[in-house]
Design a protein. Sequence first.
Lengths: 100, 221
Amino acid sequence: MNRMGSKKILTLVDEETNINEYELLSAFAIDKFNSKYIIYTKNEHDENNNTIIYAGKIKMINNKEFLTNIDSDVEWTEIKRVMREMAKYSDDLESSELDD
Amino acid sequence: MIEGIYKCELETDVFPLLNHAKMAKVNDRVIDGMKNFYHNKPTTNNFSRINKHNNYRSRIKRLYDKLEGIRPIDNTISDVMFLNDEMISGFVIRQNIANIKQTWIEYRLMYNVLNLSKIPSKIQNKKIDFTTKDSYVLKNFDTLFDKLCSQFNIDLPEINKTRMIKPKELNNLEKEKAEFQKEKADFLKEMQKSKEELALRFNRLEILTNKLKEKYGNVID
């Protein structure tokens, strides 16, 4: 795996053969959908200092792995839920536990 | 561990991208959490039961550091209960800080723990001597009492009366004892006299009996 320090770098080649590097944030499988997903970022921020992230689904086509869009709303809702759950793994003390 | 979700290692770091990916905006907490989840980094919010104790402590410590400049509403510690290894402290909070209730609870816990270390750890138990000792006072009560009375010119008529009675009674007791002894002696004397008389009479009777036997013994036969 390509790593820069503690970061994992993902290289994505789009349909126009543009190569872009992203930082891999997480990769996980969801039992319910029997699929694997990747979340990555280019570390871009908006005006509120939120980070823009991208989520893709890994699909096997002709024995090769491709990254595709998440078309299903159900899947996307589930992925958003997973991301919220993962926030609890944060070191930041302003975690959801304090917001009871 | 999130139910139904499993971290997966990627076999490759190069992917052809079909279509576009789904975009979202998240805060740093989510980013942090995702990275920790993926890299299996031990975090203070790790829900593993094994690390539960340490996670709480390190979280409390960091919380305390962050709130260093803030003091609790009152600086007294009251209504502290010790339950096994935990301490629970009662407190009152104002409504306007209800939204950071947890922060205050944890701060006070930390505050109590810090203050607890100032309490002396051990109080040595003195060895208690259970052996009985003679009381010097009781033994020498009369002497001491006299000394006290004469030293301070104390006149205690009732006590003096009692003290007068005691030797009087003792005298009577001695008298009675003597009389008793005398009576006993007299009685024993009488007894001895009677014994001797009785012995004498018995002898005489024996002699008579023998004589009679001699005289009339042949006749009966």
